[in-house]
Ligand binder design. Sequence first.
Ligand code: HEM
Length: 196
Amino acid sequence: MSLLQLQKRSMAIAGVAMLGYLVFHMLTNLSFFSQSAFTQFYEGYNIGLIRWPILLIFAGAVVFHVKTAIKIRKVNSKARTVDYQIHDKLMISAALVTASIGFLLFFIIVHILQTVTFDTDHVYQELSGLFQSVWMLVFYMAGLFVMTMHLSHSLANVLQTLGKTSVSCHYLVWAACILLGLGFAIVPLYIFFVMS
Ligand code: HEM
């Protein structure tokens, strides 16, 4: 196996680990609709030795994923003498793709900084307070939108590499990613529009 193939494979593994965390995080966030269940979950999650190792593994996976993506991009751009003007079938410019991924990274960093400073005894109240602001709502919706686009595009690429090229397979990936994005978005939307 070539170095490039190894890098691509390990980048995909880090991506799948992050996806696993995201599904878990989205499902546990949905417990917000029952204050007692949400509080009970975060009491256990924050007291035990669960939170920090998970955060460390997640942050490590993000750093590794991004660093490897940059390395692969450098190799690819050296091999390509004429740069792409537009990116893939959706006709999105390469610069816009780069900017959106930069924004996604910024969104994740801001989110982690915000949540690590939460009062761990009052996570429900902290989260409810965060989404009183329309700016925070817009920022999170934008971050979740870019995350959903990035996930569906990357997973479709992984499927293609694995030889799964059928349209129904790709629709399934899109549907699952949209469901994940909506599962995250419903909590801030509920706080802002129903609770405030
Ligand atoms: C609107 C969507 C989201 C909500 C409402 C939400 C909510 C939360 C909450 C309440 C915590 C604090 C946990 C604590 O105090 O222990 C947290 C932490 C965290 N979230 Fe999110 N989150 C959202 C989206 C995301 C996304 C999209 C990502 C990753 C791309 C993410 C990654 C993390 C990480 C890494 C932590 C820190 C580790 C931890 O304490 O569990 N979250 N989030």
